[in-house]
Design a protein around this ligand. Structure first.
Ligand code: RET
Length: 354
């Protein structure tokens, strides 16, 4: 490597791998892990009401706007035909998921869990690819395992470590449509939980071990460290707080690092730029207009889902009802986010890495 190449490789490493959002995400989860670990050791329980408030603030105020931004960033310079096809496929996927939830709420719950895990796992792998690299993940099965481990931490680890809260909120979510429908499966919960515990531990061990054997190095160290951090975080932090703060402080923060990393690459056609304009105030006004249109569209979907569900607040108090409703609603709108915005959009997608 020539000295100039060494220098630019170093700059790339410094700018990419030490992006402040990556540091923020790791520090945030570590602080929460240590903090809640300390509280648990001292025998102090955080009131459920406070946990529910943290969940809703994290998921509604902090997480939702970034979801909108992901679409904006993806569609910003795309041709109108692509945008309309995208919106059409999006609405179709939402309609299909709502239909499934109304007809078979337990299957709908299972899909909600899969969507949350897919978002965490797939999104996580793309951040890794853009920042630290994935040199230690050399085969497709290995990458699939990385996705399963990062995504599985979000829902499978809480099932093992916080079974009571997990089970009661799952029942409320199913209860939006058919109260009591989960009872038929409750007898299997303990066995399922044990199988998940063993399966997840094996997957985590295999992921870390294989990465070391297939290349090791810095990217492996970062990946292994983060995977273990995620598993420990979801094991220790109470599930509502853990999920509610994971999405803004880990998922969104790290997608910011990915976006910043790939920003310099050509990403579409400036001719179609949604916020193109001759002056700064035109650009600002257009951005504002898009934001408002996105917010109104989201809340229109929310109103329709609320109206279609027979017990939109699960027939319980407002706070737990809102947690259950929001969890189902956000999973419904996140299905096309993952399906259309990532898997079907082969040209670019919400987790674009050139
Ligand atoms: C089952 C279950 C939950 C499910 C949450 C879900 C399914 C969240 C989905 C989030 C998504 C898809 C975010 C996308 O940005 C809770 C409320 C944590 C409580 C414990 C039981």
């Amino acid at each position: 490597m020539r000295p100039t190449e060494t220098l630019s490789a170093w700059r790339l490493y410094r700018d990419v791998d030490t992006h402040p959002s990556l540091g923020l995400s790791r520090a945030a989860l570590l602080v929460l892990l240590v903090g809640f670990g300390g509280l648990a050791l001292a025998g102090i329980e955080v009131p459920l009401r406070a946990q529910m408030v943290v969940y809703l603030v994290g998921m509604v105020a902090l997480n939702l706007p970034h979801g909108g931004y992901e679409h904006f960033e993806n569609l910003r310079r795309r041709r109108p035909t692509v945008r309309w096809r995208y919106v059409g496929a999006y609405l179709l996927a939402i309609g299909a998921f709502v239909g499934l939830f109304l007809l078979a709420p337990v299957a709908g719950l299972a899909l909600a869990l899969v969507v949350a895990m897919a978002k965490g796992g797939l999104g996580g792998l793309h951040v890794l690819a853009a920042t630290s690299g994935t040199g230690h993940l050399q085969t497709r099965p290995q990458r699939a395992l990385a996705i399963a481990v990062r995504g599985g931490a979000v829902m499978l680890v809480p099932i093992v470590f916080h079974p009571t809260t997990f089970h009661s909120f799952s029942s409320l979510m199913v209860g939006l449509v058919e109260p009591g429908a989960l009872a038929a499966y409750s007898g299997q919960f303990d066995l399922t939980r044990r199988v998940i515990a063993v399966g997840y531990a094996l997957a985590l061990g295999a992921h870390v071990g294989l990465g070391y054997v297939r290349g090791g190095g810095r990217s492996w160290l970062v990946d292994a460290g983060e995977s273990v951090l995620l598993a420990a975080y979801f094991a220790v932090v109470p599930v509502l707080v853990a999920v509610g703060l994971y999405f803004p402080f880990w998922y969104s923060a790290r997608q910011v690092a990915r976006t910043a990393t790939v920003e310099a690459e050509p990403v579409g056609d400036d001719e179609w730029d949604l916020v193109g304009g001759s002056s700064a105030s035109t650009v600002a006004l257009r951005a504002w207009g898009i934001l408002i249109a996105g917010a109104l569209a989201t809340f229109a979907v929310l109103a329709v889902v609320y109206w279609l569900f027979p017990n939109p607040l699960a027939g319980t108090a407002a706070l737990p009802g809102a947690v259950a409703f929001w969890s189902v609603f956000i999973s419904i709108v996140a299905l096309p986010h993952v399906l259309v915005g990532s898997l079907l959009d082969r040209d670019r997608g919400i987790w674009y890495v050139p």
